[in-house]
Design a protein around this ligand. Structure first.
Ligand code: FE2
Length: 192
């Protein structure tokens, strides 16, 4: 069965002004779509085509890993945001953030610093490692699942995620992301 592009849960302009409809049109409509199409081309008629994205991520390398991981990462990224996001996490997650980082504000600063410092293309993550939360960055298509960690949230720091709206100002994109877009309910759901 072919891999499919999951539908976006909000309209293309729903994250504006923090992320424009134009960025979503390219990022979801072109980039995410291309990863799905590439994965289908690479796996067509092969046993890999019957595997889940998670199985492919754990068992493949090269182009299959890169495209499977980028399909998974982008779906996770769209779900890590919501219109009128930001604000504060629920009590359970808030308590874990306080215990792990000191406060929500301290988490935001550490997350932005880590994401701004990821050299080149990649991702910034909030991950759960047992009862403890941690910030993790990965390069290119790499992701926590490949390192035995559970992802709660991700922010895409590839230039295609922010260049149309912020040009080279990655820190401004990150501030808008943590203050106005992050979907804390999704993160808490991922605690399981
Ligand atoms: Fe991306």
């Amino acid at each position: 069965m072919a891999f499919e592009l999951p539908p976006l849960r909000y309209e293309n302009d729903a994250l504006a002004p923090h992320i424009s409809a134009e960025t979503i049109e390219y990022h979801y409509g072109k980039h995410h779509t291309a990863y799905v199409n590439n994965l289908n081309k690479l796996t067509e008629g092969k046993p890999e085509a019957e595997k889940s994205l998670e199985e492919l991520i754990k068992t493949s390398d090269g182009g299959v890993f890169n495209n499977a991981a980028q399909v998974w990462n982008h779906t996770f990224y769209w779900n890590s945001m919501k219109p009128k996001g930001g604000g504060k996490p629920g009590a359970k997650l808030a308590g874990m953030i306080d215990a792990s980082f000191g406060s929500l504000d301290a988490f935001k600063e550490q997350f932005k610093k880590a994401a701004a410092g990821q050299f080149g293309s990649g991702w910034a993550w909030l991950v759960a490692d047992g009862a403890k939360l941690a910030i993790m960055t990965t390069g290119n298509a790499d992701l926590p699942l490949a390192h035995g960690k559970k992802a709660l949230l991700t922010c895409d720091v590839w230039e295609h995620a922010y260049y149309l709206d912020y040009q080279n100002r990655r820190p401004d994109y990150l501030t808008a992301w943590v203050d106005n877009l992050v979907n804390w309910e999704f993160a808490e759901k991922n605690l399981g």
